[in-house]
Design a protein around this ligand. Structure first.
Ligand code: ATP
Length: 205
């Protein structure tokens, strides 16, 4: 099982942002996508997650092996913390969510409505969801937003545990999450050439 991206060109709002992106993610590997604001990191992750089509190129990933966590936490506000995790576990055909509760230290909050959590607690719940999916490839867009130092460490620990069991993680983050074994993919080098306003070649008139 691996994620293989070859010669990928992606666009946002019809305008190419990155072109020629290529990398491979193998079991036990983490890859951090870096690049300045607006370069196309979110667009790349959304495309890999299948939320939008690429302009060209290939994304080879085994079916049902990937889970995406984007900017929105995807939390159901009217369910409790435990009910949210139970819901996701069942959606992915699984039952046990106790490990996810413990990994993100949500035990004391498990009976609280998710809508009444703080921003950082909501983010912890959103990340705990990854653990109940049983999916091998985690695709994460800015997973540490709103997290304090302790929660960032919880997240790094969860990623490390996932890698240790042959999982993979692809994530865009602006901060150093202390995952020294992660490799870095700087997408700045794939910046698409700007489209010409008018590429009509007057020399042929
Ligand atoms: N809905 C949209 N329609 C058109 N263009 C968009 C849309 N959303 C984003 N863009 C543009 O697409 C480009 C890529 O955006 P993207 O969100 O992928 O960048 P990013 O690298 O994730 O940025 P950041 O680090 O700020 O999160 C940016 O120039 C952005 O302005």
């Amino acid at each position: 099982m691996m994620l293989q991206v070859s010669d990928l060109t992606i666009a946002r709002g019809g305008i190419p942002v990155l072109e020629g992106v290529r990398f491979t993610l193998s079991p036990g590997q983490a890859l951090v996508v870096r690049g300045p604001n607006g370069i196309g990191k979110t667009t790349l992750l959304r495309t890999i997650a299948g939320l939008q089509p690429p302009v060209s190129g290939r994304i080879d990933v085994p079916p049902e092996s990937l889970v995406y966590a984007g900017h929105a936490d995807g939390i159901k506000a009217t369910l409790t913390v435990a009910e949210n995790l139970k819901f996701w576990a069942e959606a992915f055909g699984r039952k046990d969510y106790s490990q996810a509760i413990e990994a993100f230290r949500l035990t004391a909050l498990s009976a609280r409505l998710a809508g009444a959590l703080s921003a950082g607690q909501k983010r912890r719940l959103g990340l705990a969801r990854l653990l109940v999916t049983g999916r091998a490839i985690w695709v994460l867009d800015e997973p540490t937003v709103s997290l304090d130092t302790e929660a960032v460490a919880m997240f790094a620990h969860a990623v490390r545990g996932h890698l240790a069991t042959g999982g993979m993680a692809l994530m865009a983050t602006h901060i150093d999450i202390g995952l020294s074994e992660a490799q870095v993919l700087d997408v700045g080098k794939y910046k698409a050439k700007p489209l010409m306003d008018n590429d009509f070649d007057g020399a042929f008139l």
